[in-house]
Design a binder for this molecule. Structure first.
Ligand code: SAH
Length: 338
């Protein structure tokens, strides 16, 4: 059992089953999440006997930092290695409002989006919930920064690893622990429609981002294979349901790929697709990856956004951080593998 897998209530029961007092759960959570101590021997208000019990029953291991790259803009990319040698990348970014982390949910990705570097390495395995949580704790320890927001936008498709994602969200959200509010967390999906409904029904206050990137089924299916299974109409319907249930607008991510999906006609069609949907559009200047011919930014960025705005759709442009260390959206791929 890993200590980072459990919420306070779960831990109280588990402690009791393992011969520990229930109140120890709160003490241990305080050491880990507030005092940032990851060694039971250093938890001074816990008896020697109980420390031994904890050591034998609950792992506290964090992943190793295999590699760390620092960008000119201050963004930090970590390559983490877990005990079975599975690796993932996480990215730490500084914004005006604080430090944000982009975590990975799987080691590799099965979704096959053609513009994303995470599709280039073979899928290795799902991460367990505690392994996602551990990326935040390890990056916090190493950087000595207070991480106030998290986006599940690193390697992997979070809704292809649903139960572990939900475990991670429940743990990181826990008041007695890290206490990261749902509104400070964003989960990004390529569009696994049934999971959007399931996730909506949980009524967490988490932000949902959906990678859209195209406006017709034919073209979207050509760059995002998941669209062959769940088309644009069913995806948008699911997003409307998410808003109905949670009262939170979905954010549609649209990476502008020059001469492919960045024409003003695309902008108009995107506007009509989304005109009755409570949403935002987050336009992402596409980031270069190896197998992409076009490495330049779209010249249409401002015109594209202007058309959306004219049509009443709120638009934000994603600030790209860490391109020089391949830490920006779509550039994560477990660097030591190549
Ligand atoms: N699997 C999830 C989360 C990972 S990708 C998803 O698909 O949403 C995080 C975001 O980066 C997604 O919106 C993805 O489409 C986008 N992205 C992927 N490759 C990109 C690239 N080369 N440039 C810009 N954004 C990219």
């Amino acid at each position: 059992m890993h200590i980072l897998s459990y919420t306070h209530n779960e831990l109280k029961d588990l402690f009791e089953k393992n011969g520990l007092k229930r109140y120890r759960a709160l003490q241990v959570l305080d050491w880990i999440y507030n005092k940032k101590v990851f060694d039971y021997s250093l938890m001074t208000n816990i008896s020697k006997e109980d420390i031994e019990l904890l050591k034998t029953s609950f792992s506290l291991e964090l992943p190793q930092i295999e590699k760390k790259l620092v960008s000119a803009d201050g963004t930090v990319k970590y390559l983490f290695r877990y005990s079975d040698n599975a690796t993932v990348e996480s990215v730490l970014m500084d914004y005006d409002y604080g430090t944000s982390i982009c975590v990975s949910s799987q080691s590799g990705c099965k979704m096959g989006c053609v513009f994303c570097a995470s599709s280039e390495v073979p899928f290795s395995r799902n991460l367990l919930g505690y392994e996602i949580t551990a990326q935040i704790l390890k990056a916090g320890l190493d950087s000595n920064k207070t991480i106030s927001r998290a986006v599940v936008m690193g390697i992997g498709e979070p809704f292809d690893n649903y139960d572990n994602l939900v475990n991670f969200l429940n743990v990181i959200n826990m008041k007695e622990g890290f206490n990261m509010g749902g509104r400070r967390i964003t989960v990004s999906t390529c569009g696994i429609v049934p999971k959007i409904y399931e996730f909506a029904d949980l009524c967490l206050q988490v932000n949902l981002s959906v990678s859209l990137h195209e406006v017709t089924d034919e073209k979207r299916s050509a760059i995002m294979p998941i669209n062959k299974k769940y088309d644009i109409a069913s995806l948008i319907k699911a997003c409307e349901y998410y808003f109905e249930k949670t009262n939170r607008r979905v954010s549609f991510e649209y990476a502008l790929i020059p001469n492919q999906n960045d024409s003003f006609d695309h902008a108009r069609r995107l506007s009509s697709l989304l005109k009755n949907v409570m949403c935002y559009v987050n336009v992402i200047p596409v980031n270069p990856i190896d197998n992409m011919k076009t490495h330049q930014n779209s010249k249409n960025l401002s015109g594209f956004c202007a058309i959306l705005k004219e049509n009443g759709i709120p638009v934000t442009i994603r600030r790209e951080l860490g391109r020089d260390i391949e830490a920006a959206c779509g550039q994560l791929r477990r660097q030591h593998d190549i």
